[in-house]
Design a protein around this ligand. Structure first.
Ligand code: KG4
Ligand code: ZN
Length: 347
């Protein structure tokens, strides 16, 4: 039997506050992954400062390109394509990765692949297990909260979206009220496990006949509760506050996603994005799916691959490579790229 040739992709991710490179074999195997985080530089501002992010990306990108190749024990001759996140994200931050990838493509003659960041988050699942299609993903991060239907590895359709804040953004905003450093999600998640859901915060849009979300009402209810307590010099239990907030977020996410799974009957369910690291959400989704008569396979990506990283971009790029979807040197950063990108760019 003829042995298929391995496909090795060097991938770049620089859409926000992590600069990352990776070498991925056949879209499934991580040969190297380097993540240079800038979180400490942004913490004192309480969020990501775009200019600071771009500067850090420039400082490390050449070095971590070399590190990704050396950690994978490969040279440029062993690479088949160069992939990069081209959107969505911070425009200045994206441009650093896109420029580095274009320069590498021009210098080596290797093909270039532009990858949607959200497609990347979802494809972190492919680094753990085989995705069977059609698949359905709950993609929850600092910038996005979406239910995505995938008929194959490159065609995605958003069937539910947030009307206001993303789930991760809500975690970060209420974290600030509790004095937790940015990004607050992980700490709030840990606190939630030590408290009880005693505040009964609102669960928005549960009755609506769609797959959309809203988190701004919950965020406001949380902030009002804390401010009111402050005014009357009452101390609230931070663990109960965290548990109550998390219960409201997880209830809504799980309820709408399970409804979508029942309606669309996917073969695989994927949790993706930074908030996919949330223990409460992981346990709840796995538990609810277990109760279904018609259960999809569940893929919860590895914790270290939930946040931004280039391995997920390399995994998604492999699928585009197989479909012959290459970019040329006109590839540009698109800060507000949306997943129908799959429709417009891929046809
Ligand atoms: O995917 P990501 O790294 O960046 C974006 O593309 O936005 O997601 C970052 C977000 C932050 O809002 C962070 O607070 C949240 O993911 N996050 C969590 C957890 N770990 C990270 N939220 C809830 N629970 C966690 N364990
Ligand atoms: Zn992300």
């Amino acid at each position: 039997m003829k042995q298929e040739k391995d496909v090795r992709i060097l991938a770049y991710e620089s859409s926000c506050d992590e600069t990352s490179t990776a070498v991925i074999k056949n879209g499934r195997e991580i040969e190297s992954l380097i993540v240079a985080t800038q979180i400490k530089s942004h913490q004192r501002f309480g969020g990501v400062v775009p200019e600071v992010a771009s500067r850090h990306h420039i400082e490390v990108i050449s070095q971590i390109t070399k590190e990704a190749l050396s950690e994978a024990e490969v040279s440029w001759q062993d690479i088949d394509a160069i992939a990069v996140t081209s959107g969505p994200g911070l425009v200045g931050a994206l441009l650093i990765g896109v420029s580095a990838a274009k320069a590498a493509s021009m210098a080596t003659g290797l093909p270039l692949i532009g990858v949607d960041h959200i497609m990347g988050h979802i494809m972190a699942a492919q680094l753990k297990d085989e995705i069977e299609y059609p698949a359905l993903a709950l993609q929850v991060s600092g910038g996005h909260t979406e239910i995505v239907l995938m008929k194959d590895p490159i065609h995605f359709e958003i069937i539910g979206d947030t009307r206001d804040d993303a789930a991760g953004e809500a975690y970060d905003k209420i974290g600030r009220v509790l004095g937790v450093n940015y990004p607050a999600g992980k700490t709030i998640d840990q606190w939630a496990h030590k408290g009880k859901d005693t505040f009964n915060f609102p669960r928005a849009m549960m009755e609506d006949d769609d797959y959309d979300f809203s988190f701004s009402g919950l965020k406001s209810a949380f902030i009002n509760t804390c401010h009111h307590a402050d005014q009357i010099h009452q101390e609230l239990d931070k663990y109960d506050l965290a548990a109550s907030f998390q219960a409201a977020v997880v209830d809504v996410l799980a309820y709408k996603t399970i409804r979508a799974i029942k309606a669309y009957k996917p073969k695989t369910f994927i949790l993706g994005g930074g908030v996919a690291a949330n223990q409460g959400l992981r346990e709840r989704m796995a538990g609810e799916i277990e109760k279904l008569a018609d259960k999809p396979k569940v893929i919860l990506p590895e914790l270290k691959l939930c946040g931004d990283n280039a391995a997920m971009i390399g995994a998604a790029a492999y699928n585009l490579y197989q479909a012959g979807k290459f970019a040329d040197l006109s590839l540009n950063a698109d800060p507000s790229m949306e997943l129908p990108y799959a429709e417009t760019m891929l046809n």
